[in-house]
Design a protein around this ligand. Structure first.
Ligand code: GLV
Ligand code: MN
Ligand code: MN
Length: 400
């Protein structure tokens, strides 16, 4: 049986690391993320798991058995000023599910590994799903040289955490795994609207992340006539609005420019350079969405006489989760009294990496309110405990 009180205590304890009030800022590959890993490792080590960290700073806690392992977990990092539940709840519920099975002396034939993926959000280095991509050999080449705003590279950040600095060494053989399970807050309002505590994920949207640099010409804001300018920010602004228009015009598509920096950045200087992010997602025709936005970027460069370069950070295709695991999760959610609907995830998840590597993968969503990537995000202990019980029942079925 899931111990809801223990789960709640640990939610509070974990949220203190990098937390203030209901806000959590626990960036990937930071000292705080490491502290969170150490805490989770200590809980699982006390239950008899073998603890290991890999070259990408992922934490694995293995309970021994025979044959391919059942892998279950989520991530421990957050966005800046994020909430207490995104990622963390999935790790906490995986820990609780395993503890409940160990406490009940359930005999599991297969090995079970709890995983806490490093740097899922990519908030610091721009590379999302970092740890799971490393483990499944899906990192883009040269990724370890990417730098944060202070000029620290991923390789250096890993070395600070005691690793060798080469995340590609974290690669594992996907055939080691019989299944991957991840519980996560929904991060949207559908379960709340339906009055249901749990859902089962059918598909995860395709995600494209890039940094676009626009180079115009810095000049005097008073002495340069409007027809003689190459204003990088004005060009970027056209792209920002086009992203909104293009995404609105496509079913199941969303597009966001969430970061923008202007140089030199003074009120009396025509912006000479502008760097901004692109986040483009769709459940259908994701490639078409990306193509349409990039074609617009190219056309703006020529019509405004600016130079544009696009640095692609990630391109993850639309990911369908395994029908057999979805059935297992459907039964498990029924066993805790929930008629869980199947739903598409608009957020990206580490689950995409094992799924795209051929590991049978499934996800449970827990109802959440207050949105996500903000301190308002919330999931109740009751819902979380129900999700953890469904997760435990699924592990039991898959590992027996
Ligand atoms: C991860 O939270 C994402 O950006 O979808
Ligand atoms: Mn997130
Ligand atoms: Mn997440």
């Amino acid at each position: 049986m899931i111990d809801a009180k223990r789960l709640e205590r640990r939610m509070t304890e974990l949220a203190r690391i990098g937390g203030s009030g209901t806000a959590v800022s626990r960036l990937g590959l930071s000292a705080d993320e490491q502290r969170a890993r150490d805490l989770v490792g200590a809980w699982l080590s006390a239950k008899g798991a073998q603890i290991r960290r890999d070259a990408a700073a992922n934490l694995f806690a293995r309970f021994a058995g025979d044959g391919e392992a059942v892998l279950v977990g989520s991530h421990l990092d957050s966005v800046p000023e994020g909430g207490r539940f995104d990622g963390a709840l999935g790790v906490l519920c995986a820990v609780e599910a395993l503890e409940s099975l160990v406490d009940a002396k359930v005999k599991l034939r297969r090995p079970v590994e709890v995983v806490a993926w490093a740097d899922e959000e990519g908030a610091r280095f721009g590379v999302g799903l970092f740890g799971s991509a490393a483990a499944f050999g899906r990192l883009s080449p040269g990724v370890a040289n990417r730098r944060d705003r202070d000029g620290v590279s991923i390789a250096e950040a890993l070395r600070t955490l005691g690793e060798r600095g080469d995340p590609a060494m974290a690669r594992r053989d996907p055939t080691e795994f019989a299944a991957y399970l991840e519980l996560h807050i929904e991060q949207g309002p559908r379960l709340e609207k339906a009055g249901l505590p749990l859902g089962v994920v059918s598909d995860i949207v395709g995600i494209y992340h890039a940094r676009v640099a626009v180079r115009g010409r810095a000049d005097h804001a008073g002495a340069t006539v409007m027809t003689a300018r190459a204003d990088a920010l004005a060009a970027a602004s056209e792209v920002v609005l086009a992203v909104e228009r293009i995404a609105r015009g496509r079913p199941d598509a969303v597009g966001t420019v969430g970061e923008i920096a202007v140089r030199p950045g003074a009120k009396n200087v025509v912006p000479g350079e502008c760097v901004f992010s692109l986040d483009l997602r769709a459940a259908r025709d994701h490639d078409g969405l990306v193509r349409e936005v990039l074609a617009f970027v190219t056309s703006i460069a020529s019509s405004r006489g600016v130079e544009v370069s696009v640095d692609e950070l990630a391109r993850v295709p639309v990911t369908s989760l395994d029908p057999r695991i979805r059935d297992v999760l459907g039964r498990a959610t029924k066993s805790v009294g929930v008629n869980a609907p199947e739903m598409v995830s608009g957020a990206g998840h580490d689950a995409q990496n094992p799924a795209l590597s051929g590991v049978p993968t499934g996800m449970i969503f827990v109802r959440s309110t207050g949105g996500s990537h903000t301190p308002r995000e919330f999931a109740s202990v009751d819902d979380a405990a129900r999700g953890a019980q469904a997760l435990a029942n699924s592990i039991r079925e898959l590992a027996s």
